[in-house]
Write a protein that binds this ligand. Sequence first.
Ligand code: KIV
Length: 280
Amino acid sequence: MGDKRFTTLTLKEMKQKKEKITMITAYDYPTAQLLDEAGVETILVGDSLGNVVLGYKDTLSVTLDEMIHHGKAVVRGSERAFVIIDMPFLTYQVSVEEALKNAGRIIKETGAQGVKVEGGSEIAAAVKRMTETGIPVVGHLGLTPQLVGKLGGYKVQGKDPEAARKIIEDALLLEKAGAFMVVLECVPWQLAKIITGKLSIPVIGIGAGKYCDGQVLVFHDMMGLYTGKKAKFVKQYASARDLMFKGVSDYISEVKGGSFPEEKHSYTMSEEILAGILAE
Ligand code: KIV
């Protein structure tokens, strides 16, 4: 029986057929099951894990072991989606050898289908080496959260001609180096449209307008589970936190008021055994 999952080839075919590709982040088994059943083509175990799940102030503190731990759960929870795992800060920038070794750990230990890395020309050699070794790589350009210090904050990128040209060049370089997909974050829609037209690999946008080959959102943002600051590009599709908050509040008042658990939630002992115990 063949693998039922989406592949780099089927994703590229979607671009060719102009079918939009969906990607959502997940960091655990039940969320992966939910996204997979709902029909997303790709699941990203983003290093946004740091902000939305682990409570770090940014993505820089996330470790390789943490990505692998969460990545394994997501792979176990999915059957059809192509699972991509973010390589954390400083696991691919130091040397090509280290990048390969760390990407290899991610793929071997989690069973994921690909890895994602942030940056352009400065990491192109690592992307080339990983893809030549057989590891599918997704690039990430524009607002790259691992470089938030250098970028001076979470700001729209590629607004002036020089910066826009650099992002276009980097996107072409990543494709040439073997990347099978590029994520473009927080860039003007016109720039994203140009890049989507220039690349033969799928371009997935987040805050990059509607002309990309697909879109990605962070699960906790789109479901209203994250209480931190949200970017303009986030659309909230549900208020899951409010729903969960009500559930927890109802539970607290029912336990305190004695209306939970009811008889239907309890187990009964036979009268005979009970009588025996009481008689002892
Ligand atoms: O870490 C992440 O969730 C990401 C997406 C925002 C693309 O990189």
